[in-house]
Design a protein around this ligand. Structure first.
Ligand SMILES: NC(=O)c1ccc[n+]([C@@H]2O[C@H](COP(=O)([O-])OP(=O)(O)OC[C@H]3O[C@@H](n4cnc5c(N)ncnc54)[C@H](OP(=O)(O)O)[C@@H]3O)[C@@H](O)[C@H]2O)c1
Length: 167
């Protein structure tokens, strides 16, 4: 398994795929911290896992994706997180991913490139962020991970060229 916090190790750690039909960028990290509290370490961890690892993994797998006319699917985040106190680093990283996906779509017209933008989803990450914000956590108020996964699988299987999918 790759450690996404160590993108320089990917080239040696990846199997040699001849063809790759789909690549899903879902893993991410996040911490709530105001700008005043966001240390260089938090910035580096957030941007490395959520942005740099995504770019590097895509770059290394492009030859196999091209051979299969494959599909790269990015899991972004709903814009509802923008402009909220404490969400700056996480939101900045997810927005960077949006632009990375848009650039890839323009550069590689033979690939399908989709970004799925979930709103709040009942996962350990959201639970942690709510705890850090000191607000109550009600799982029933959010999407289930299964519902988001179903949309991702449907997007990968469909022959339609979906660009942005907002949940
Ligand atoms: N939950 C939400 O409300 C919400 C809303 C919008 C978008 N999203 C997006 O949905 C995606 C999934 O988030 P989630 O809520 O499911 O978060 P999560 O519960 O924290 O899961 C994050 C996943 O990323 C993996 N990961 C983190 N750092 C890694 C590393 N250095 N190397 C390898 N894997 C690493 C974790 O693996 P381990 O378990 O092994 O640590 C875990 O599987 C993210 O892109 C997130 O931005 C979530």
């Amino acid at each position: 398994m790759l450690d996404l916090a160590e993108p320089t190790t990917f080239a040696a750690g990846l199997p040699a795929f001849e063809r790759l039909d789909g690549l899903v960028h879902c893993a991410a990290v996040g911490d709530l911290a105001t700008m005043a509290e966001t240390t260089v370490e938090v910035w580096q961890r957030t941007l490395t896992v959520n942005v740099i690892a995504v770019g590097e993994l895509t770059r290394l797998l492009l030859p196999a994706l091209r051979r299969a006319n494959g599909h790269v699917l990015f899991v972004g985040a709903s814009r509802s997180i923008h402009g909220r106190p404490g969400w700056g680093a996480h939101a900045a990283s997810k927005e960077a991913m949006r632009f990375l996906a848009d650039a890839l779509r323009a550069e590689e017209p033979e690939l399908k490139v989709t970004t799925v933008y979930p709103s709040g989803t009942d996962t350990p990450l959201l639970r942690k962020l709510r705890e850090q914000a000191g607000v109550p956590y009600d799982p029933s108020a959010y999407l289930t991970p299964e519902a988001v996964a179903e949309v991702i699988v449907d997007a990968l299987l469909t022959r339609r060229d979906l660009k942005d999918v907002h949940l």
